[in-house]
Write a protein that binds this ligand. Structure first.
Ligand SMILES: *Cc1c(COP(=O)(O)O)cnc(C)c1O
Length: 640
């Protein structure tokens, strides 16, 4: 028999999606393991208790930089192994796409570990490039520039080359080549010794990816040059005597690529293009295979949107094997492979922990002592009889009868035939029958689909202290799944089926799809809330895209953030970065807190002048309003 802890761990799928980074300790708390040493663990509940003692309230984004390091090493060693196994003659380098998580802490931690493997950065906008130019990278790492570029963007790239960076301007549009050649010509005149950036071309592949971002590849893709355009780039570079600038061929067929077969096809096509260009005696060195390595969010190892049917080693093997084969066939040298994986590297390192504030009552509680009287209308009597009679043999039939009776109840009420009390009584009885029928249904081996729907109808709604729009926007926008786990009580069997509501005033601010090995769960197994006791949930694997895509809906600003190191003696909180205050939140939409306070003060003083408020009360109100400017935008306990 599996222990309760093992069972709950399975309920949440921790072993499936956790990539060995997460587990449950003897106290029943969620732990994070240091990738370099399984015996070093951090107890997430202890971290949160500690932070709350310091006045840092949930929601809190916890960052574990070691998991970022772990992913970097996993990817690096997977490629190293494939390169050796298949006797591949080129190298493998990564550039981290800043759009995935451009937070300074993430970029700096990435570079700390990445530098040891000559991993660099990828920037897709002027602002990202601006940040990239101001941080130190390994001397031999690349700085790859994608995205649409104006003249300033290209100028910044040249400035980067002067600062010693190995900048690659990837041409997405002809006008970018115009700027590049033009600026290069200027340099030739004014500073002939200055190092120049390299040039790459992004090729539009016929092959498409799979999953949500399928449209990023294929002929209709937004980015990339057609074959004719690439030949034109080559011709123009040759004409300008600059063909030696062309060093890289790039493609990217989308994010969260779920199907390894599609990836292989794209690799074949790109490798063939690379080989043909080499045969034109153009010394390209790098084949940039883009990002797209998927994260198995639901742990199912399938080609489902929130999963992936391959792991890092399989991915590396396929990339290396396919490119080697094509190159050998064409008799050209193996290129150095550049990878732009962002999601894979950064998803694991961050989790958002928050408290369940409350339960939103939807189902009327059972009134066991509710008395039936002989004045109750026939329809209520019938529902009562169903409730009394439902058992393990008849529960389906009785449930169907109850559904019909409930319809009739509403019809009769609308026609004015029964009282409000009778309607209320009927509803209570109906939900009682549902609950009983559900209990009988769940005892059976095969639960009919209608009872799954019933479960959804009957589940409790937990009010979680966070904003989906701020902290899990892809769940709202793309129905992307993220694992959600309680950080404690994992040694107790959960007894409720719940969906989550966030604290925004938006009816879209809910989570009602949860990871499951075989399907998508409409409800999540959670523990009963205990009065006076906090119940905490962690939204896992939110380190990629969620922070940068998160928006300001309802002016919930960024949550508090803590950076945690895991060592021999457990966790060490390295740094706390405070989240948004009310002042920050209003300032983000260009209100000035000082001005708001002036206006508020004037309004209160006016009331005092009119004799409608005492001096004392008025000053208190003003002081309270002014103090609140420093408070957290999320729900806080005891007005703290
Ligand atoms: C978004 C993007 C990436 C990152 O993709 P992931 O799926 O996060 O690995 C890489 N390259 C380019 C060009 C991108 O636009």
């Amino acid at each position: 028999m599996a222990s309760v802890t093992e069972q709950t761990s399975e309920t949440y799928g921790i072993e499936n999606w956790g990539s060995d980074y997460f587990g449950v300790n003897r106290k029943g708390n969620l732990i994070v393991r240091a990738p370099e040493n399984d015996n070093y663990t951090a107890d997430v509940k202890e971290i949160i208790d500690d932070l709350r003692k310091r006045g840092v309230n949930t929601p809190i984004l916890l960052r574990f930089p070691q998991l970022l390091f772990g992913q970097i090493r996993k990817l690096q060693s997977a490629f190293k192994k494939s390169i050796k196994e298949f006797e591949y003659n080129g190298g493998h380098l990564c550039v981290f796409p800043m759009k995935v998580n451009s937070n300074r802490a993430v970029i700096e931690e990435y570079l700390r570990e990445g530098t040891r493997h000559n991993f660099g950065l990828e920037a897709g906008s002027k602002a990202e490039l601006y940040a990239a130019l101001g941080v130190d990278q390994a001397k031999d790492s690349l700085l790859v520039l994608n995205g649409f570029k104006d003249r300033d963007f290209v100028n910044l790239a040249f400035a980067g080359a002067m600062a010693g960076k190995n900048v690659v301007i990837v041409i997405e549009k002809m006008s970018e080549l115009d700027h590049t050649l033009d600026i290069a010509a200027k340099f030739a005149k004014e500073a002939p010794e200055a190092p120049l950036p390299m040039v790459g071309v992004r090729v539009k592949l016929y092959s498409k990816g799979s999953g949500k971002w399928e449209k990023s590849g294929g002929e209709a893709a937004k980015f990339g040059l057609t074959t004719t355009e690439i030949l034109e780039v080559i011709r123009r570079l040759q004409e300008a005597g600059r063909i030696d600038m062309l060093k890289l061929l790039h493609f990217h067929i989308g994010s969260q690529l779920t199907d390894i077969k599609r990836i292989k096809n794209a690799m074949k096509e790109a490798a063939r293009t690379y080989a043909k260009i080499i045969k034109m005696k153009i010394p390209i060195e790098y084949l940039d295979v883009g990002g797209g390595m998927a994260v198995d969010y639901d742990g199912s190892r399938t080609s489902f949107e929130s999963s992936a049917n391959y792991n890092a080693q399989e991915f590396a093997n396929d990339v290396i094997y396919v490119i080697k084969n094509v190159c050998d066939d064409e008799n050209v040298e193996h290129p150095t492979i550049i990878q732009e994986s962002g999601r894979y590297l950064s998803a694991y390192h961050a989790m958002l922990v928050t408290n369940v504030q409350d339960e939103i009552e939807t189902v009327v509680e059972s009134l066991s002592e509710m008395e039936m009287t002989k004045d109750d209308p026939q329809i209520v009597q019938e529902l009562h009889d169903l409730r009394e009679g439902v058992n393990g043999k008849n529960y389906r039939e009785y449930y169907h009868d109850a559904l019909e009776n409930r319809d009739e109840l509403f019809t009769m009420f609308n026609l004015g035939l029964i009282s409000l009390e009778a309607k209320g009584k009927g509803e209570v009885l109906f939900w009682d029958i549902c609950e009983k029928a559900d209990q009988f249904a769940q005892q059976k081996k095969y639960v009919a689909e209608e009872f799954d729907e019933l479960r959804q109808l009957m589940c409790v709604k937990y009010l979680a202290n966070f904003s989906v729009f701020r902290s899990m926007p892809d769940n709202w926008a793309l129905e992307q799944l993220f694992p959600i786990v309680p950080i404690h009580k994992l040694n107790k069997k959960p007894s409720e089926y719940a969906t989550l509501c966030d604290i925004t005033c938006d009816s879209d601010g809910i989570v009602d799809k949860f990871v499951d090995l075989h399907d998508v769960k409409p409800v999540l197994e959670l523990h009963t809330l205990v009065k006076g006791e906090s119940y905490y949930l962690a939204m896992m694997l939110v380190g990629a895209y969620q922070e940068v895509m998160g928006n300001n809906h309802n002016l919930f600003g960024v949550p508090h953030e803590a950076h945690v190191f895991i060592g021999e003696d457990g966790y060490i909180i390295k740094k706390v970065v405070y989240g948004a205050t009310l002042g920050d939140a209003v300032a983000s939409v260009r209100f000035e807190p000082g001005q708001l306070q002036d206006t508020f003060r004037r309004a209160v003083l006016q009331r005092i002048k009119e004799g409608k408020l005492s001096n004392d009360e008025g000053s208190k109100a003003i002081r309270f309003y002014e103090d609140q400017v420093e408070s957290y935008t999320y729900l806080t306990p005891n007005g703290k």
